[in-house]
Design a protein around this ligand. Sequence first.
Ligand code: ACM
Length: 547
Amino acid sequence: MRSIIFIISCLLAFSCSNKYKDIKNTEADYQIIPKPNKLSIENGRFLVNPNTKIIFTSPLSNEAAYLSEMLSTVSGINIALDSSSKDAAGNIKLLLDEQIDNAEGYRLSVKYDEVVIAGKTNAGVFYGIQSLRQLLPAEIEATNSIAELTIPAVEISDSPRYKYRGMHLDVGRNFFPAESVKDYIDLIAMHKMNTFHWHLTEDQGWRIEIKKYPKLTEVGGFRKGTAIGLAGTRNAPYTYDDVPYGGFYTQEEIKEIVAYAAARHITVIPEIELPGHSLAALTAYPQFGNTGGPYEVAKRWGIFKEVYAPTEETFQFLEDVLTEVMALFPSKYIHIGGDEVLKEEWEKSAYAQELIKKEGLGDEHGLQSYFIRRIEKFLNSKGRNIIGWDEILEGGLAPNATVMSWRGEEGGIAAAKQHHTVIMTPGTHCYFDYYQVPEELQKDEPLTGSKRHTTVEKVYSYDPTPAELNAEEAKYILGAQGNVWTEYMPTWDIVEYRVIPRMTALAEVVWTDKENKSWEDFYQRLQHIAKRYDVLGYNYAKHSVGE
Ligand code: ACM
């Protein structure tokens, strides 16, 4: 009886899939962001049916389970996993293919009677799945079932332009719970980006549990209030809400987030700011400052004169902190900040001045370089590399450092010319805390700290490889990243609003080859992905997609 049912269902499936064999597809059926580098439109559609299985080899069990869950949830059909069959006929097959050039490259072949996703690595297969996802209707993003789920036939051969495709999030100024961070990771994954730069320590709050120094979070994780409105900017006076504010991630939460990201082929790079932006840490442990304090976790935004003292005790403290950080984050890179270090305290410190003389550092810029080089040496000895903001060029770059260029592209250009790897994040194109509309329209927007603005079209126009670099130097540009400083993002809704769709544009900047990019074509595809954002419930900037 079972075999008769099986035969009947196979026949039904065959006649159904036959019905889909000759369907004509049009450009409108292929609305993928970032745009695949090679895509050929084919006729026919694959019907996800009760006999569809996902055939895979065991290294791909994670990707197979991810795809099965995605398709089962929306089709209402339980899509079985099968790691013993070989033949793709009638099924969806995931495989690894050594022949694919790029470590993140993939091929997606959809025919009316089979689907094959091949990747050089698991990451490639995952990106193939993300492309498949965007070939399905936006409604799949909700849990309600779709009666006839079909995939338009296609041949895609695709790989990213850049190795580093990042999004940053500052959780120091405002704190967001682990669930929001996971939502952010999902968003990054959907856009085939591969790095989450987690800015974990700030003047206004220390957000990562460090077991050896519990006061970092107990004391440094909380402030007594927060500046209201535009306090301190545009000559507005400081006023505070006097509402205690804070929070931090436990090491257990961090492990969970790192694993969640890894399952989506996203590396989490932690940032532990030094020697500046350290007021929260100094409030917890004043002995590592230049003055002994007293200090107070910052309640307002801006740059503070308080920085770490360059003493042996401070270096020991930082090495202890970084040791716990390395145990939580397997990333090759650890971001050590290095930006906006005011030199006033070192100028006045007898200890710092003595050290400058003793080590022949010249001045406080040399001391900053000494500070970074010592930390680099420690991290290199543990097999890790540092990334720092472009100020780490001052006084000489640490030997193996990667530079994150934020004050325009100049720092990145200088570093690439010195044969140091670079990640481009210039404020002009990659700062998503700026308004996304010109000044005359800003009064209708959620408040932000500066009148500067970056439209989605401007983000899209960005080319992370500056024309000034020759071909050899250009190889040092690893990619680009969108930065999300949260002084003026008190809620997660506002984070989403600022980020989407500017990150959508940046995703294409870092993935799609220059010759395959077109603003008009992107803008048209943006309308489609916006429907997906609607179903997912994201609070994106609708005016930026033309609504
Ligand atoms: C920065 O925006 N201070 C890196």
